[in-house]
Design a protein around this ligand. Structure first.
Ligand code: GLA
Length: 390
C-alpha cells in the first residue's frame, strides 16, 4: 500500500509513543538513459518516480537513533550515534545509520532521533529504494537539526553512506535523482563536473507513456558483478591512458583495447554516454512535442538494452524476454534499467498499446512458468521534500 503521511505518523506513534515533528518523502528513480556511466564520470538522465519512502521523525533526548519500518515489522533498531562505524549496523538499517555516520563525518551535528519509515518503492526492483531511504533520512535528520545543507552535498553524503557504510560501490546517480529532480523533467547529470540541467520530459503531452515492468527477478552475485564491471571499466581506462572512460569521445578509440571483453565494456560506456546526449537533444528540440520524437527515443532505449545485454552483459533472462515481448506488442522501445542482474525494464509505449504490451509480457512470463511481472506507470516526479509538519 502507498505510504501516506497519516499512516507513517501512525506507525511512529504506535512504535515510539508521542508524535513526529514532521514527515519527509524521498522518491525512487527510473533512468531514461545512461547506465553504468555514472562511475565512469559520464552522463546520466534519470527521473524521480511518484513512488518513494516516507520518514516520520522527531528528536529524542540522548545520543540514540531509533528506527522502525513498516516493511520490517520485527521491531525497532537502535544504536548510539557516536559509536557508529562501517559494519556496526547491517540489513536495511545500515542505510539510515550510514547517513547519520556520513553526516557526522562531514562535521554536522546529528541529534538523537526516532524515525519511522514506510515505502511504496518495491525493494530489489532496481528503482533505488536504498537511495530513497538514504535521502529521506538525510532530509529528516538535517531538518530536525535545523541545518540547511546543499542538496548536491546531501547527495554526496548519502552516496558515502551507501559506499562506505553499507559497502555497496555504487555511483552518484540514484541519490542525485532523488534529491535534485523536478516534476515533468529528467535530470541531466554530468558525473565528472557534477553539473546538472533540468530537461523537460513530459511523455503524456506527446502521446506516450512510461511503463515500468518489475521482472521480480534478482540474481545472486549482483553485488559482486557490479564491482567487477567497475573494475573492468577502470582497467580499460588505464590501458587507454585516460582518467576515466568519459574521456573517450570516439567509439573507435576502444578498438585499441586488445582484450575483447574490455573492448565491449568500454564500447557500452562510450555509446551510452552518446545516447544520453542524443535523448537530451531530442527532448530539447523545437519539435519535442512532436509525435515523432518519442519513436526516436524508443529506438535509443532498445539500442541501449542491446548494448547492456551484449556488450556490458548485465542483463538477465527475464529482462530480455520482457523487452522482446514489449517490442513485439508495439512498444516504441524498452530496456533494462539500473545496475542489472535483476530489477525492472522501462518501456515507452503509446497509451493505446499499453494494454497489449502488459498482456504480452505477462503471457511470455507465464509461458516460462516465471513469477508474474508487476507493472507500474512511471511519471517524472518531484524530488525529496517535507510533506507534512508535526
Ligand atoms: C545502480 C547504481 C548507480 C548506477 C546504476 C547503473 O543503480 O546505484 O550508481 O551505477 O546501478 O547505471
Amino acid at each position: 500500500m502507498s505510504p501516506s503521511p497519516g499512516a507513517v505518523r501512525e506507525l511512529f506513534r504506535a512504535r515510539f509513543g508521542g508524535s513526529a515533528d514532521g514527515v519527509w518523502l524521498a522518491p525512487g528513480r527510473a533512468n531514461l538513459m545512461g547506465e553504468h556511466t555514472d562511475y565512469n564520470e559520464g552522463f546520466v538522465l534519470p527521473f524521480a518516480l511518484g513512488q518513494g519512502i516516507m520518514a516520520a521523525a522527531a528528536r529524542r533526548a540522548g545520543r540514540r537513533l531509533v528506527l522502525c519500518s513498516a516493511q520490517s515489522p520485527d521491531g525497532v533498531v537502535s544504536f548510539v550515534l557516536d559509536d557508529l562505524e562501517p559494519g556496526r549496523v547491517t540489513g536495511w538499517a545500515a542505510y539510515p545509520a550510514g547517513v547519520a555516520w556520513a553526516l557526522i563525518s562531514a562535521g554536522y551535528e546529528v541529534p538523537g532521533a526516532c524515525l519511522a519509515f514506510d515505502s511504496d518503492v518495491p525493494a530489489g526492483a532496481g528503482l533505488s529504494s536504498s537511495a530513497a531511504l538514504e535521502c529521506a533520512t538525510a532530509l529528516a535528520l538535517t531538518s530536525l537539526a535545523g541545518l540547511s545543507v546543499d542538496r548536491r552535498e546531501l547527495a554526496a553524503i548519502a552516496r558515502r553512506a551507501e559506499n562506505e557504510f553499507a559497502g555497496v560501490p555504487t555511483g552518484i546517480m540514484d541519490q542525485s535523482a532523488s534529491l535534485l529532480s523536478r516534476s515533468g523533467h529528467a535530470l541531466l547529470l554530468d558525473c565528472r563536473s557534477l553539473e546538472t540541467a533540468q530537461v523537460p520530459f513530459d511523455p503524456a503531452a506527446s502521446g506516450a507513456r512510461l511503463l515500468l515492468i518489475n521482472t521480480r527477478a534478482r540474481h545472486e552475485l549482483s553485488a559482486g558483478q557490479y564491482g567487477q564491471r567497475r573494475a573492468e571499466c577502470e582497467r580499460a581506462a588505464r590501458l587507454l591512458g585516460v582518467p576515466s572512460l568519459r574521456y573517450l569521445t570516439d567509439v573507435a578509440d576502444v578498438g585499441r583495447l586488445a582484450d575483447p571483453v574490455l573492448r565491449r565494456r568500454a564500447r557500452h560506456v562510450v555509446t551510452d554516454d552518446q545516447r544520453v546526449l542524443e535523448v537530451v537533444a531530442l527532448l530539447r528540440s523545437p519539435e519535442s512535442s512532436d509525435r515523432h520524437v518519442y519513436p526516436e527515443i524508443g529506438r535509443l532505449l532498445t539500442q541501449a538494452h542491446v548494448s547492456l545485454r551484449d556488450d556490458f552483459e548485465v542483463s538477465w533472462p527475464e529482462a530480455d524476454v520482457a523487452v522482446d515481448a514489449a517490442l513485439a506488442a508495439g512498444a516504441l522501445g524498452a530496456r533494462m534499467i539500473g545496475g542489472g542482474f535483476g530489477g525492472s525494464v522501462l518501456a515507452l509505449v503509446r497509451p493505446a498499446a499499453a494494454g497489449a504490451v502488459r498482456a504480452a509480457v505477462a503471457e511470455a512470463f507465464a509461458r516460462r512458468s516465471w513469477t508474474g511481472p508487476v507493472f507500474l506507470d512511471a511519471a517524472p516526479s518531484a524530488s525529496a521534500r517535507r510533506v507534512a509538519l508535526g
